[in-house]
Design a protein around this ligand. Structure first.
Ligand code: FAD
Length: 470
C-alpha cells in the first residue's frame, strides 16, 4: 500500500479482509479506501475529510486529533448496509466510527484508531409522522432542516435544533449535540421526553436490530455513537410557529442582562434568547437591513407572533431599543440563529483565530459570577449568554469567548468558574464524560457492553468503558 495510506492500528490484514468481505457481499456498496480505483491523492484527501469534524475551535484538541484517519469510509444508504458493515467490522475486529454531517466540536466522529468511518447521511427517510401525537420516526442521516421542511406542511416543527440546523443530521444531533434553538422552552436533549425511542444496530458478528423505548434509549442519547448505531429515532415535535427574529440594543450591559433574565419570568413566548456584549457584536456579520453595531450589547430573540404586541413595550421599559425585525424563513439571508450558540464562536474566530471558547451554566444570580470572572480575566473573556430551561427553571448558559493563553490558563479559568458555582461543560476534551459533568454513567457503559461487546464503536470516547476494561 502507498505511504499515502498508512494503515491505522487496526492493521493491514483485517482492513483488507473487511474490504474484500464488503465487496463480495454487496459490490454496489460505496466504499472508499486504498483498494478503490480513484486517484490516490484524491482518495487520501477524501478519507481525511471524512475523518474530521469542527474540533479546530479547540487548540487543545487540534494536536491530539491531527492525522487520525479512517482506513475505509463506507456510505450507507440502506439499513442492510449498516447491518453488513456492523457484522463485517465485528468479524474482523475493525474499529467503527459513525458519522453524520461532521459538525461536532469535540472530535466526536474522528476515528482515533482508524478503521471504518460509516457515513449515515444517505439513510434519511422520514418513516412516520403521527398526526395525533406529532411523534416522528426518522432515519439518522436526515438533516434537521430537511426534516422540518417535511413537518411544516403538517403544522409541526422540531422542538430543538443546534445552530448548525441547516447541515447537521438528526442522528448526529442526538448522539453528539446537547441543545440550542428551542432550549429556552424544551431544555436539553437529554431531558426526559426529548427522545422517545430508537432503532439500533449492534456491532456483533451477527448484528441485531433492536427497538428501544424512551427509557432504554436514554443511554444512547449523547453517547457519541459509542454504544450502538442509531438507524431510526422517535422524536416529539411541537406546533410550528412563524418565529420573528428581533435584534434589540441596550446602552449598558447591566440593563441588557437584567432584560435577558427578566424575559424568563414573563409569559412572552420565545424560542431563543442570545445576549452578546458590544465588543463581540462589532465583529459579527449581521442580517441585511440590520444596523451596524456601535458597541452596544445586543439581545437576539426569536419571538412568537403573539408576543409582538407586548414585547416591544416591555423591552423599552427595560431600556431596550428595537433595531431590526424580520420573519424567520427559509430565505437566503443569514438567519439570526446563525449568530447564536457556537456560531458566535465561529464568526468571532474567523476574525480572531487565536481565540477559543468555554461552555457553562451560570449560577444564580448571575451577576456575582460574571463580575468576579471579569475582575480576574478582564477582556480576555467576552460574554455570550444563551437562555435555557434547566430542570424546569429559566437559566442562563454562557459560551464565553476566550483569548487562548495556553492549557494552564484554561485549567485555571475552569477551576475559577467551578469555584464560583458554574457547571462547566469543557469543550476541550475527548470523552463523553469529561465534556459533561465528569461522572461515569453506568447505563451508557452497560449499553456498550450489550451492543458493542468488543468495544469497536468510536474507541477512546467513552471513559467509563476505558476504565472498565482497565
Ligand atoms: P456528527 O458531528 O457527524 O456526529 C456527532 C456524533 O454523533 C459523533 O460522535 C458520531 O459518531 C455520532 N453519530 C452520528 N450519527 C450517528 C448514528 N446514526 N448513531 C450513533 N451515533 C451517531 N451543538 C449543539 O448541541 N447545539 C448547538 O447550538 C451547536 N451549535 C454549533 C455551531 C457550530 C458553528 C458548530 C461547528 C457546531 C455546533 N454544534 C452545536 C455541534 C454540532 O453541530 C451539533 O451537535 C450537530 O447536531 C451534530 O450533528 P452532525 O450530523 O454534524 O453530527
Amino acid at each position: 500500500m502507498s505511504s499515502l495510506f498508512p494503515v491505522g492500528p487496526a492493521g493491514v490484514a483485517p482492513i483488507a479482509a473487511l474490504a474484500a468481505e464488503l465487496a463480495a457481499a454487496d459490490p454496489s456498496l460505496p466504499v472508499l479506501g486504498p483498494l478503490a480505483a480513484d486517484s490516490p491523492h484524491a482518495l487520501a484527501a477524501e478519507l481525511e475529510r471524512c475523518s474530521r469534524d469542527c474540533f479546530d475551535y479547540s487548540p487543545v484538541l487540534v494536536p491530539l486529533l491531527r492525522g487520525r484517519r479512517a482506513d475505509l469510509v463506507v456510505r450507507a444508504t440502506r439499513l442492510a448496509h449498516v447491518l453488513l458493515v456492523a457484522g463485517a467490522c465485528a468479524r474482523n475486529g475493525v474499529p467503527l466510527t459513525l458519522r453524520g454531517a461532521g459538525t461536532g466540536n469535540y472530535g466526536q466522529c474522528v476515528p482515533l484508531q482508524g478503521g471504518v468511518v460509516l457515513d449515515l447521511t444517505g439513510l434519511k427517510r422520514l418513516r412516520e409522522l403521527d398526526d395525533g401525537s406529532g411523534v416522528v420516526e426518522v432515519e439518522p442521516g436526515c438533516s434537521l432542516a430537511a426534516l422540518d421542511r417535511q413537518l411544516a406542511p403538517r403544522g409541526r416543527a422540531l422542538r430543538l435544533a443546534p445552530s448548525t440546523y441547516r447541515s447537521a443530521s438528526v442522528g448526529g444531533f442526538i448522539a453528539g449535540g446537547s441543545g440550542g434553538i428551542g432550549s429556552i422552552r424544551w431544555g436539553f436533549l437529554r431531558d426526559p421526553g426529548n427522545l422517545l425511542g430508537v432503532e439500533v444496530v449492534t456491532v456483533e458478528p451477527e448484528p441485531r436490530l433492536l427497538r428501544l423505548d424512551a427509557s432504554a434509549s436514554q443511554p444512547l442519547n449523547h453517547a457519541y455513537g459509542t454504544n450502538g448505531i442509531l438507524t431510526a429515532l422517535r422524536l416529539p415535535t411541537c406546533e410550528a410557529v412563524a418565529w420573528q427574529q428581533l435584534v434589540v440594543g441596550f446602552a449598558h450591559w447591566g440593563q441588557a442582562l437584567e432584560a435577558a433574565r427578566g424575559l424568563g419570568s414573563t409569559a412572552l413566548e420565545l424560542n431563543a434568547l442570545c445576549l452578546l456584549e458590544g465588543v463581540i457584536c462589532r465583529d459579527l456579520p449581521w442580517p441585511a437591513g440590520c444596523p451596524a453595531p456601535e458597541g452596544e450589547p445586543r439581545l437576539l430573540l426569536l419571538a412568537a407572533p403573539a408576543a409582538l404586541e407586548a414585547l416591544p413595550g416591555w423591552l423599552r421599559s427595560q431600556g431596550g431599543r428595537m433595531l431590526w425585525q424580520a420573519p424567520q424563513g427559509e430565505g437566503r439571508g443569514l438567519p439570526l440563529r446563525e449568530l447564536t450558540w457556537n456560531h458566535t464562536t465561529l464568526h468571532w474566530r474567523a476574525q480572531h483565530p487565536d481565540w477559543t471558547y468555554l461552555q457553562m451554566l451560570l449560577p444564580q444570580p448571575e451577576d456575582a459570577c460574571l463580575t468576579a470572572l471579569r475582575r480576574r480575566w478582564g477582556d480576555q473573556l467576552l460574554w455570550h449568554l444563551e437562555a435555557v430551561r434547566h430542570q424546569g427553571s429559566a437559566r442562563l448558559a454562557c459560551l464565553p469567548l476566550l483569548r487562548w493563553q495556553g492549557p494552564e490558563a484554561l485549567a485555571a479559568l475552569i477551576e475559577h468558574c467551578r469555584e464560583l458555582g458554574a457547571f462547566v461543560f469543557n469543550p476541550h476534551v475527548l470523552t463523553v464524560e469529561d465534556g459533561g459533568l465528569g461522572v461515569i454513567d453506568a447505563d451508557q457503559v452497560a449499553a456498550k457492553a450489550a451492543h458493542d461487546p468488543a468495544g469497536l464503536l468510536n474507541p477512546g470516547k467513552l471513559r467509563g468503558w476505558l476504565e472498565r476494561s482497565g
